[in-house]
Design a protein around this ligand. Structure first.
Ligand code: GLY
Ligand code: MN
Ligand code: MN
Length: 462
């Protein structure tokens, strides 16, 4: 946990951004896996962690905006709990650690909220994402489960985004710890990427590194010689020379801040000329967009810069043709780069995505594109100092998409389909880093993880 003043400061800033009423932030409960008592590893809700800091199940936090009071509702453990889980500090003691004086049992939350509703007070809550909290909110507020999301407080969402999107020095240092864990995960993955090994042997090993050095992985590991499948969680392929292996993996620290890094390496450690050619294009897109990152620049511009760099590179190797600006304006590059450049990162690996991506990545100035490719950009708005986000361009040869566009006669002025045919066995390449926007520019977070062709070949040589 951070110092209690970090949490009181966050709650005071939230209060100053809200007009009136009650802010209700439910923590998470345990979630069952395959029978009630066999639960997933507990993960606290990120908003509860941000404002109330306590990493235990079955708490709710309340800010009374008008009365300037904060509350934690939760139950003290009884002897049965102590026998199974060990001694725990009282709710009062835990709350004091995050600067909250008012505590009460969880059951009293129902009367507290009922009383506030009876007085005509507004109850602000965030969109839930777990079934248990949908049900809890229905019980607390009397809003049917199916209507909970549409009744979430837009005023609260916007206030929380404006706070959580600016990372303070403590948070940045946590994220750097998460990248340090990712360094170990990724360099291990590179060294293990030898012909004959099965993907799951590497995936399991690096997941273990995350657990041993901090917390769980920040999202299920993507590790595959079929990197053209963007979120490939199948780990059953045997590595063979001639394939590229994508590892997209990050860790949570013990405080639950995330990293999210992707590296792509040739199985066996030596790029062939075709792999090197495509790799250098993606690397160039990664480096150029990182270089351009600074306060005030829209992330949409960085995305389009990556798209132009990719189109230019693919033109140079004969896979695309025509004018690069036309290619990107029309969206033809998206056959090879069908996703956005990146997303905010923090307590969630896709930070605050549960509120709705547009609340986090878009604003009055930027509306989401409807064009295939750019439509998937999660973050478009202008950068501010304190933003932490990913830059993750990629080039993929997706046989089903190539066939579909070719059959539709799509972008025949821009795509050299005959040459693309011979790349259908290539797979995909993505290179992802975690970037902080500073007052004057940017900083790539963490110790640099091998990224150039030489650096990768060096480390893979052992
Ligand atoms: N970890 C998935 C992504 O890169 O967004
Ligand atoms: Mn990633
Ligand atoms: Mn990412």
């Amino acid at each position: 946990m951070f110092n209690s003043t970090v949490y009181t400061g966050r709650r005071d800033r939230l209060r100053s951004k809200m007009q009136s009423g009650i802010v209700l932030i439910l923590g998470n409960t345990e979630a069952s896996y395959n029978y009630p008592a066999n639960t997933y590893h507990f993960r606290q809700d990120s908003d509860f962690l941000y404002f109330f800091g306590l990493d235990h199940p079955d708490f709710a936090g309340v800010l009374d905006i008008d009365e300037n009071k904060d509350y934690i509702f939760g139950n003290d453990v009884d002897i049965d709990d102590i026998i199974w889980m060990g001694p725990q500090p009282s709710v009062k003691e835990q709350a004091a650690g995050v600067g909250v004086k008012n505590t009460a049992s969880f059951g009293t939350l129902f009367d507290f909220i009922k009383d506030a509703i009876a007085k005509g007070r507004k109850i602000h809550f965030l969109p839930p994402y777990r079934g248990e909290n949908f049900i809890q909110l229905e019980k607390l507020l009397g809003i049917p489960v199916g209507k909970i999301k549409e009744n979430a407080s837009v005023e609260l969402i916007k206030a929380v985004v404006s706070l959580r999107e600016i990372k303070d020095e403590y948070e940045i240092s946590e994220i750097e710890k998460a990248v340090a864990i990712a360094y170990e995960m990724h360099t291990t993955s590179m060294k293990m990427a030898k012909p004959g090994i099965v993907e799951r042997e590497i995936a399991g090993t690096i997941e273990g590194i995350s657990l041993a050095m901090g917390g769980p992985v920040s999202f299920p590991i993507i590790l595959s010689v079929h990197g053209e499948t963007l979120h490939n969680h199948y780990h059953g392929n045997t590595l063979e020379t001639g394939r590229m292996m994508v590892t997209d993996a990050g860790a949570e620290t013990t405080m639950h801040y995330a990293s999210d890094i992707t590296r792509t390496v040739p199985v066996g450690g030596k790029f062939d000329s075709r792999q090197k050619e495509i790799y250098e294009i993606v690397l160039n897109a990664n480096l150029k967009t990182i270089d351009a990152a600074k306060p005030g620049i829209p992330n949409l511009d960085l995305h389009l810069l990556a798209a132009r760099t990719i189109a230019e590179g693919l033109k140079d190797v004969g896979l695309m043709k025509g004018d690069v600006d036309d290619i990107v304006r029309e969206g033809a590059h998206a056959m090879f780069f069908p996703h956005g450049l990146g997303h905010m990162m923090g307590l969630d690996v896709h930070d605050m995505e549960g509120f709705g991506e547009d609340y986090v990545g878009y604003d009055d100035e930027f509306k989401r594109s409807s064009q295939f490719g750019t439509a998937f950009l999660r973050l478009a708005k202008r950068h501010q100092p304190g933003y932490v986000f990913t830059i993750e361009p990629g080039i993929y040869f997706i046989p089903a998409l190539i066939d579909m566009w070719r059959n539709e006669g799509k972008f025949t002025d821009f795509i050299n389909y005959d040459k693309v045919e011979s790349y259908k066995d290539f797979g995909g390449i993505r290179i992802e880093d975690d970037i902080l926007i500073t007052e004057t520019g940017h900083r790539v977070l963490g110790k640099p993880i091998p990224k150039t062709v030489d650096e990768i070949e060096d480390i893979m040589r052992g």
